[in-house]
Design a binder for this molecule. Sequence first.
Ligand code: ATP
Ligand code: MG
Length: 375
Amino acid sequence: MSMNADTMDPKVSINHLYKSYGEETAVKDFNLDIAPGEFVTLLGPSGCGKTTTLRCVAGLERPEAGEIRIGTETVVAPEKDIYLFPEHRNIGMVFQSYAVWPHMTVFDNVAYGLRVRRASGAEIKRRTMNALELVGLDQQADRFATKLSGGQRQRVALARAIVYEPEVILFDEPLSNLDAKLREQMRDEIVRLQKEVGITSIFVTHDQSEALVMSDRVVVMDKAVIQQIGDPQDIYANPVNSFVANFIGVTSLLEGKLLSRDGEVCDVEVPGANGHDGLRIQAIGGEGAQAGDKLFLSLRPEDITLHLDKPEGTGHGNVVQGNVIDTIYLGSFLEGRVRVGEHEIGIQIDHYENLTPGQPVYLSFQPEHGLCLTD
Ligand SMILES: Nc1ncnc2c1ncn2[C@@H]1O[C@H](COP(=O)(O)OP(=O)(O)OP(=O)(O)O)[C@@H](O)[C@H]1O
Ligand SMILES: [Mg+2]
């Protein structure tokens, strides 16, 4: 359910948000509108400000500047002296630690939020069982939380977050304590549940594959600043800078300079060193760059074709020669690294090839598969 934030009122609106801790800026001029029912992920390396942003939405941190709205209500705006406590914001939260109460049953863990809100007994029963059914725990309602596995505890936390039907649900790395298999299963369950209930969600992770699989849109952050916002395909195919290219998926980055440009196509020189010849590459992108400017050439492994012999004829695009560094075979495909001059280029091919370290090979790629980035 990918929605366009321009065509309807956002469910969450974050404007010019700033938060620092002493000297350190944790979040800087953060702007984001989230459409109703949208699943948005904040993605970035450790310390980039994801949790801080989420905690500002929740009301667990107070920003120095900016404004956050949930629905039509402004929940925080320091310049206007507005700040609502977390319990007065209509949000559910699921965190990394399981945070279930061990001395209570599954039912009571989930019902707690409704009791605090003074719902009637019948309503508590109905809504709690409904939430437990959604996460597949209705059969375990009477068990004590201590008797549950990690995945089941995280389901309890999920049920507890959705039981009072909040407008927004916030997830902070909820899967990172689970083992790989369970992690994938819970990931798919959260997506299914989110679509089923249609609840607006902000999900935090530093795992790019999680972000790409789960999200309608991804917000890539680095050093307290949003680097790029887009849907997963867009972020992967059109990274705006070398940080995003490198962080999302696997890419080889070659530093070079722009020689000239002919329409879409850039002529790029990647200098050689230590006696190696430089490379002349045709690629795309590099908007705004002038001849002589420094560029990073981003190459995705899956866009590169491997040749054991020098490819004959035309139509191969860029062709470079190199030597195999190493390879690993991953069942359905093979990953490898090839040294080209002083550079290392990652490859991925969809069949087995018996390559030995040092073996001379040729790599080719079309200009549209080489993306020039200016920073
Ligand atoms: N309570 C705090 N006191 C002081 N500094 C803090 C506090 N919380 C966060 N920071 C700092 O703010 C920056 C952003 O932290 P934040 O927790 O938002 O990062 P994150 O993106 O969630 O990282 P991680 O992936 O490791 O959870 C970090 O440099 C961190 O050291
Ligand atoms: Mg964090």
